[in-house]
Write a new protein. Structure first.
Length: 460
């Protein structure tokens, strides 16, 4: 490897993360949150100093608008934080976004190589075959002369003056040991010439490209040991509730915590670094101390977002002077989710405590926020017809687990707010508009990380 292959971006100036955000294609199909009024597009009634308990008369945010507000919050935080790009070793870079172009550090291939096992030949047949062959990874072999051939392996250096590579299955030897071709030999066949894929200095990938397994392979082939990338957003998960068990069977009114095991790998699939998972009892002071001690970019809480006697998230946010950007969303399940700005660079996403409702909040508010902080491109929206009718809410959007079968989405049962059985078998969530959907009606789909066939399948 060349010495300068040890550092990414050596020949290209690193971009500021805000510039990378500008390069990434973001969702332009979402409404502009600024249309609602208030500071930075936030709903004006939910700024600092809002009431300790949610106002029962406040108007919940429509689902598409809530996602747009989460994106806007991510952009504002990225601008305020001005996070510097990081130099990430290839074995830790999966899922990051390039903050500098990936330029070729060498020609690829860096020398003429054989594309097949067979013989390197010179001139017309028949050929006398040399005794010693040419293997990959060896020094340059001696030049061939007319009428000569040499055994060669895939990836080995082509001898000087070779005419072509004759594949093993296309050659035969006569009783005098001379090599003949059973098919016409075209000059240059099965030779990969130097620089066929790229020349030194060519841009292989632009800043803003998501690092996939194939990107890692390309970077390694091009001589990189590290890539210059947007750092991961740091997330702390606070699991709230006295009733949660971490092991064993439910008993005596206690239930197993489903969100503690589920959320960290899901957040990593969204491009975040989970720095801690902490369990907080139903105690307002304990929650207040936890928020004050966190230096995460995003704090994710589970439960406690409604207005019950043990729901401490709203009063605690009011106590610390946080700004509510989203306070309830017109979506089922997950209506009592929230998004708050604690500082210019720190946000809190409050998920409902019911498992499927928490997933709804994760995809509605956390995914757009974390996607922007990671400078990831927005997924292209797409629709499929629903095979079966879906009952809808009169006024709110519904998110319903579905499996994809051919060119249809099949709604799954067990889709209540407290259920995970449906989504555990699902490929996506269907976005069902208020009023429901009839069989054959098109619905927008939100792919789940493990079913998208993309980077999201990598949870670590």
């Amino acid at each position: 490897m060349t010495p300068h292959g040890a550092r990414a971006g050596e020949d290209a100036e690193d971009l500021d993360i805000e510039e990378v955000l500008a390069l990434v294609k973001n969702s332009n199909h979402l409404p502009d949150p600024a249309a609602r009024g208030g500071t930075d597009g936030a709903p004006a009634p939910h700024g600092p100093g809002s009431s300790a308990r949610p106002d029962p008369h406040h108007r919940a945010t429509p689902w598409p608008e809530a996602r747009a507000l989460a994106e806007r919050a991510g952009r504002d935080a990225a601008r305020a934080a001005r996070r510097a790009p990081v130099s990430a070793p290839l074995d830790t870079a999966l899922g990051l976004t390039l903050a500098a172009p990936l330029d070729a550090l060498t020609d690829l291939p860096s020398f003429d190589t054989s594309a097949m096992d067979g013989w390197a030949v010179c001139g017309p047949a028949p050929w006398h075959v040399r005794d010693e062959g040419v293997l990959a990874g060896h020094a340059a072999p001696p030049a061939l002369t007319d009428g000569e051939a040499v055994r060669i392996a895939t990836g080995a250096r082509i001898p000087p003056d070779a005419t072509a590579v004759l594949r093993s299955e296309h050659g035969r030897t006569d009783d005098k040991g001379r090599l003949h071709a059973t098919k016409d030999v075209i000059p240059g066949q099965d030779i990969r010439p130097r620089g066929q894929e790229c020349r030194t200095g060519d841009q292989l990938l632009a800043a803003g490209t998501l690092v996939t397994p194939a990107v890692l392979g390309l970077a390694a082939a091009a001589g990189y040991d590290t890539v210059t990338a947007v750092p991961r957003a740091r997330v702390e998960v606070l699991v709230l509730g006295d009733e949660l068990l971490t092991q064993g069977l439910p008993h005596d009114g206690l239930i197993r915590d489903a969100l503690g095991p589920m959320l960290p790998p899901w957040l990593r699939a969204l491009g975040a670094e989970v720095i801690a998972v902490r369990r907080i009892r139903d105690d307002a002071d304990a929650l207040h101390r936890a928020l004050g001690a966190s230096d995460a970019d995003v704090i994710l809480t589970t439960g406690g977002t409604a207005a019950g006697p043990l729901d401490h998230v709203h009063p605690t946010l009011s106590r610390i002077g946080a700004e509510l950007l989203v306070d309830g969303v017109k979506v089922r399940p997950g209506h009592p989710m929230l998004l708050a700005r604690i500082t210019r660079t720190q946000h809190l996403v409050g998920l409902p405590g019911n498992p499927l409702a928490a997933v709804s909040g994760l995809l509605t508010l956390a995914e757009p926020l974390l996607r922007i902080l990671a400078a990831r491109p927005a997924p292209e929206p797409y629709t499929l017809p629903l095979r079966d009718a879906v009952h809808g809410h009169p006024h709110d959007t519904r998110l319903v687990p579905v499996v994809l079968r051919g060119d249809e989405a099949v709604p799954l049962h067990y889709n209540g707010p407290a259920m995970l059985r449906g989504i555990a078998a699902a490929d996506a969530l269907a976005v069902v508009q208020p009023g429901g959907a009839r069989p054959g009606q098109e619905a927008e789909l939100l792919d789940l990380p493990w079913a998208s066939g993309g980077i999201g399948v990598c949870f670590t």
